[in-house]
Design a binder for this molecule. Structure first.
Ligand code: BGP
Length: 469
């Protein structure tokens, strides 16, 4: 078994604007839905988070020191256009990202830049976010502006995790909007966001920008709990359409298959709604599909499903109290825990093989794909700083095993170009605040001091040797 990485493999780490920057309402930045939502809940705030707005030079210095040669960052849309669609951009916000990208370059850390990481400007959010065509138009305009303004960036992603956006907003109700079990809105919003993605891809092509463009999807492999039970197999299939297949078809085929449409329409009807895909939007999807240069895969876990005919019943474990998560959807199935498969305190199933199965499935099903990146993978824990050190053996194990399966996929021919640990340093976690830590670098949120965890040292060694022990 070859444990060596290709010579140009990117050893990256990931961040997202709202989770690390701080300065959420200053320097001309417009409001996002999360601002009020978090104020109302009163549990935690995204200010100053990891103070990346001021401390990015230090974080990039750490990247360089620890062999991390790629960083995922996102541009906060409302730093550029405070209301999403303003006639004039906010010059302070525009300048901030020039400084950030220049710092990346000077440290030899390649920036992989996402345009939308869960932070729609509030003005657009209040009009219905991507359920409203205005958000699609405004996103295209914002994307065009960024492509032209930042030629120093050559790796672009449009959206981060369209699936996470819609499942939290419209199915689980755990994010702003807080609607539950509205599968109709979830499919409609996924489609609309993919149309916005397509329009950005077409603009990128039309303007002849150098570099690559793609989208980041949150994908999970779906397994039937009992492969011999037809009901479990069907549950896994339907949940796969919802979480993976619908978005992958929109991305790579630019159209939806009959099976996928049947499934989406049925689930939408069950939720009391219906889907509307405009012919001109479908044309854009089709036109953009061949121009996807790369796909980012965020992989954390897989799911095992059982047939289920009860009512919708989800509970999100946002506290890290193991065993409190529940996920059962009418017309789909329920997630089941497997005693032999470990889970994090937040009940995320740790199943590295799921990443391999996912990558190989993409290679098989869409052999014309160009490049893949694992744009997020990582493990949350309630890390403790003891005598200046964080001994995060479990995280090392988690990353090592996922890298091992990634290497196996590469050996079998997958064009997997890089891997980004979520997250570079500890950051704000959407539903969970600050006790759910993922970073390679521990952040003392009182002093903003960065302390390398054992995992940072281990990752530096792997990156340097390009070899997995
Ligand atoms: C992904 C997001 C990240 C990040 C991560 C961990 O869905 O792209 O922004 O937060 O998951 O999720 P959480 O913070 O909810 O544990």
């Amino acid at each position: 078994e070859d444990a060596r990485f290709p010579k140009d493999f990117v050893f990256g780490a990931a961040t997202a604007a709202y989770q690390c920057e701080g300065e959420t309402r200053t320097h001309g930045k417009g409001k996002v839905a999360w601002d009020d939502y978090l104020d109302e809940k009163g549990l935690f705030s995204a200010d100053p988070a990891s103070d990346f707005y001021h401390r990015y030079p230090e974080d990039l210095r750490l990247c360089q020191e620890y062999g991390i040669n790629g960083i995922r960052v996102s541009i906060a849309w409302s730093r550029i256009f405070p209301n999403g669609d303003d006639p004039v951009p906010n010059s302070e916000g525009v300048a901030f990202y020039h400084r950030l990208f220049a710092e990346c370059r000077s440290r030899g850390v390649e920036p992989y830049v996402t345009l939308h990481h869960f932070d729609s400007p509030d003005a657009l959010y209040r009009e219905g976010d991507f359920l409203n065509q205005h958000a699609i138009d405004a996103f295209e305009r914002y994307a065009r502006f960024c492509f032209a303004e930042y030629p120093e960036v050559t790796h672009w992603f449009t959206f981060n995790e369209i699936w996470a956006v819609v499942s939290n907003m419209y199915i689980e109700g755990t994010w702003p909007r807080g609607q539950r079990y509205r599968l109709d809105l979830a499919f409609q919003a996924m489609h609309n966001m993919m149309v916005a993605h397509a329009r950005a891809v077409l603009a990128f092509e039309e303007l002849g920008h150098p570099g690559s463009i793609g989208v980041v999807h949150a994908l999970s492999t779906k397994y039937p709990d009992d492969p011999a039970a037809a009901g479990d197999v069907e549950a896994a299939r339907i949940d796969d359409v919802l979480n993976n297949q619908f978005l992958l078809e929109a991305t790579f085929d630019g159209r939806y298959s009959e099976e996928t449409l049947d499934c989406a329409n049925r689930l939408a009807a069950l939720a009391g709604g219906r889907l509307e895909f405009l012919p001109e939007d479908l044309e854009q999807l089709a036109a953009a599909a061949p121009h996807n240069d790369c796909l980012g895969i965020n992989y954390y876990q897989s799911n095992f499903l059982k047939a289920y005919d009860g009512p919708n019943d989800c509970h999100h474990n946002s506290t890290g109290e193991k065993g409190t998560e529940r996920h059962a959807l009418q017309g789909i199935g329920e997630y089941v825990a497997r005693p032999e498969i470990p889970r994090t305190d937040w009940d995320w199933m740790i199943y590295p093989q799921g990443l391999y199965d996912l990558v190989m499935r993409i290679c098989r099903q869409w052999p014309h794909y160009k490049e893949l990146y694992v744009t997020e993978n990582g493990m949350a824990s309630k890390d403790r700083l003891e005598e200046g050190a964080v001994h995060d053996e479990e995280r090392i194990h988690y990353i090592r095993e996922h890298l091992r399966w990634a290497l196996k996929a590469i050996a079998e021919g997958a064009h997997l170009r890089g891997y980004f640990v979520w997250s570079l340093m500890d950051v704000f976690s959407w539903n969970n605040g600050y006790n759910k830590r993922y970073g390679l670098f521990y952040v003392d949120f009182d002093t903003q001091e960065r302390i390398p965890k054992d995992s940072a040292r281990w990752y530096a060694k792997v990156a340097q040797e390009r070899f997995l022990d």
